[in-house]
Design a protein around this ligand. Structure first.
Ligand code: AMP
Length: 222
């Protein structure tokens, strides 16, 4: 098969973004995060950003048609020809089917779907203490991975902020949305023999190691 397509599955706060950034360094394939794409549109105040805003603020999913269009445009660019690490997409069965169709059109398929398991309490604990760098997107956690200087990014010195949807009420609703809309993908990819479960409550390095192992194993088998 041509290219490695990794779909990172797991609840909000399971570390998909952090792990994707680490995988990029090893695999060299781009990291495409639908949440980051929406936040970019939001910061540029595009029509899509305006539309996505109300859903994101409530912790609900942006409708499938616009989400699929945005992500498909991104992964059709030349840098994704050799593969991609998808984070936060697909989040519904409709999106998963759209991805399958688009990949098959270019002779590709999903290689592996690591499911990063993290309990609900841990999700709430992590997200409410999460801070993100405005400049470079580096992610911190005030509880277990704080920046050296309060409010300042260790990497680039940029200001840290709390995502609007990381407040306790919205986090609860995002979890609900995950179970309702996204968890059916677990069965969907299990049935296609693509699912590999990883314990997301282990140290970050251990999770990365297990993810890499799963990806290499899947590549060997494909
Ligand atoms: P994330 O950064 O992945 O937690 O995404 C932040 C928010 O963006 C979500 O709560 C949704 O409102 C929206 N979003 C991100 N990815 C998707 C997707 N695949 N489908 C629908 N909405 C999404």
């Amino acid at each position: 098969m041509n290219g490695t397509v990794v779909v990172l599955l797991g609840p909000p706060g399971s570390g998909k973004g952090t792990q994707a950034q680490r995988l990029v360094e090893v695999l060299g394939t781009p990291h495409v995060s639908s949440g980051d794409l929406f936040r970019h549109h939001l910061s540029e105040d595009t029509d899509l950003g305006q539309l996505a805003k109300s859903y994101m603020e409530k912790g609900e999913l942006v409708p499938d048609d616009v989400t699929v269009k945005m992500v498909m445009e991104r992964i059709s660019r030349p840098d994704c020809e050799e593969g991609v690490i998808l984070d936060g997409f697909p989040r519904t069965l409709t999106q998963a089917e759209a991805l399958k169709g688009a990949l098959s059109g270019r002779g590709q398929e999903v290689t592996v779907v690591p499911l990063i398991r993290v309990g609900d309490e841990e999700v709430v604990r992590r997200l409410t203490a999460r801070r993100v760098c405005k400049e470079c997107g580096a992610v911190y956690n005030l509880a277990f991975n704080p920046p050296e200087e309060e409010g300042e990014c260790d990497v680039c010195g940029g200001d840290l902020y709390q995502r609007e949807d990381d407040n306790p009420e919205t986090v609860q609703h995002r979890l609900y949305t995950y179970y309702k809309e996204t968890s059916p993908l677990i069965g969907y990819y299990f049935a296609q023999d693509r699912l590999v479960e990883v314990d997301g409550e282990q140290p970050v390095e251990q999770v990365s190691e297990e993810l890499l192992e799963a990806i290499h194993e899947a590549k060997r088998a494909s």
